[in-house]
Design a protein around this ligand. Sequence first.
Ligand code: FES
Length: 73
Amino acid sequence: MPVDRCVCHFISFAALKAEAERQGPCATVESLSAATGAGTDCGTCVPYLRLVLKTGQTSFPVLPIVGREPPAR
Ligand code: FES
């Protein structure tokens, strides 16, 4: 199942891309978060927001979790 939105704020990456285009070349993850709330809760979408800004894509495979240890069993 592709990842295509900030689920905490029900905002699609396509809508966030449009907001980034409205903001222009100075758009950042922080400016998108300030304008829409995306990325301000669980933060899971933040790496995807970086990719939206970098690539212009709005749908992604699930990214691997980097920098976190798997839960202990
Ligand atoms: S998925 Fe975007 S803040 Fe949780």
